[in-house]
Ligand binder design. Structure first.
Ligand code: HSE
Length: 431
């Protein structure tokens, strides 16, 4: 039986330094929970001479991964380097060296998760990744353990803190998109390249991880329909508010007998829906289970200590397994074959904001297009006009994504349409 657990920490940025802080501040509690002390033995960094605000002695820092992997007293590797290539290699090498891995890396887990989990199984090692989705919210363990008895049919939620922070600041503080993004970056929420946040890629990776676990099937990044924040037009947030909606970058994953559908896109959420009041960097995910019904998980989705809390929870879980000698015993192979729905099997309500020539008969011509594609309209409103141009707002009843795309195409080819300013999926009912 081990009388201590030593960690090799790869990376000492926003999350890594948070992990060191929690392990230090909560040392006594962690030792009580595990029965043995857990400490950081080595830290892999790029620059040994960078000034660091921490209590770790200088000799724990190294630039050599092999020094960490070759140290037989190190039981567990914590990968918080971020990015793909270097992090993936480091995880593979760690697992091949027989060391369990805790990672916060959604990029790696979304793209190579299945292979890495298989490698972990082959090496009888744990590979835990709670912090890869939802920052401090225990979502992965909830899907793997808490809801293990149920069949999940849908997940929907806000899984990117940066974009939620931006949309909140734009709506409530009248901040510009650029200023809000700069503040999110300064607070450590945004990715090294924030286009991953604003273009929806970060959220798409998280949805791949969640959907794979929830539906026990392979989900690829290419399976996710992704649309980020950049297409949001001036006036959309105000217009949404006028109709009783809040614009949120949301992820959704659904499964039925036709297969799965996974998307990340700006959606209109009714103000009465709990997701509408999830603000700033907070995340929230609804999970619908056949037996349990509706559950919701809420908490900080980004930031040093919240994310480090999840990493440290994985450290505790991996330490328990090491101490009991049961590490690397999970079954990771997907239960179901991969079936992705085609667009004619994905149903939702849609909001269309269309700038048209303000002429007699235009409204009739446009509503005829919707009828031709079998789309029933729930709301038709003329928002503004200057006698020459007008904005028409249409909200449909449930239609397929294919119908939505066909209507968009035809609208764009209609001479009276100046342009389709914006279009969003609508979540649930408005007030
Ligand atoms: N950039 C990510 C976000 C960090 O804003 O949610 C947490 O994964």
């Amino acid at each position: 039986m081990k009388n201590e657990i030593n960690i090799g920490l790869l990376g000492f940025g926003v999350v890594g330094s948070g992990v060191a802080q929690i392990l230090d501040n909560h040392q006594e509690d962690l030792q009580h929970k595990l029965g043995v002390p857990v400490s950081i033995k080595k830290v892999l960094v790029k620059n040994l001479y960078k000034e660091r605000d921490c209590d770790l002695p200088a000799e724990v820092f190294t630039t050599d991964l092999n020094e960490i992997l070759g140290d037989s007293s190190i039981d567990l590797i914590v990968e918080v380097i971020g990015g793909t290539t270097e992090a993936r290699e480091a995880i593979e090498k760690s697992l091949n060296a027989g060391k369990g891995v805790v990672t916060a890396n959604k990029d790696v887990m979304a793209e190579y998760g299945l292979d890495l989990l298989q490698l972990a199984d082959e090496n009888k090692c744990d590979l835990f990744f709670e912090a890869s989705v939802g920052g401090g919210i225990p979502l992965i363990r909830t899907l793997e353990d808490g809801l293990a008895s149920d069949r999940i049919s849908a997940l929907t939620g806000i899984v990117n803190g940066t974009t939620n922070f931006i949309l909140t600041k734009m709506k409530h503080d009248n901040m510009s998109y650029e200023d809000a993004l700069a503040e999110a970056t300064e607070l450590g929420f945004a990715e090294a390249d924030p286009s991953a946040d604003v273009d929806g890629i970060d959220a798409a990776r998280k949805m791949v991880i969640l959907a794979s676990l929830a539906f026990s099937t392979e989900v690829r990044l290419d399976d996710v329909f992704v649309r980020g924040l950049r297409e949001i037009q001036d006036g959309d947030l105000e217009l949404a508010a006028q109709f009783g909606y809040t614009l949120k970058l949301a992820g959704s994953a659904k499964k039925n007998c036709d297969g799965i559908e996974v998307a990340v896109e700006p959606v209109l959420v009714p103000d009465s829906h709990p997701l509408a009041s999830v603000n700033n960097e907070f995340n929230a995910v609804y999970v619908y289970g056949e037996a349990v019904g509706e559950t919701m998980f809420y908490g900080p989705g980004a930031g040093s200590l919240p994310t480090a809390t999840s990493v440290t929870a994985d450290i505790v879980a991996a330490c328990r397994n090491l101490l009991m000698g049961v590490n690397g015993r999970r079954i990771h192979s997907p239960q179901h074959e991969r079936h992705v729905k085609t667009d004619d099997r994905k149903f939702a309500r849609y909001f269309h904001r269309i700038r048209v020539k303000d002429e007699v008969g235009v409204l009739t011509k446009l509503t005829a297009i919707y009828s031709r594609y079998g789309a029933s309209l729930a709301t038709v409103i003329q928002d503004s006009d200057n006698g020459i141009e007008a904005d028409l707002i249409f909200i449909t009843h449930q239609i397929s994504r294919q119908q939505h795309l066909d209507i968009m195409n035809e609208l764009n080819e209609t001479p009276e349409v100046i342009n389709v300013l914006s279009h969003y999926r609508v979540e649930g009912e408005s007030r």
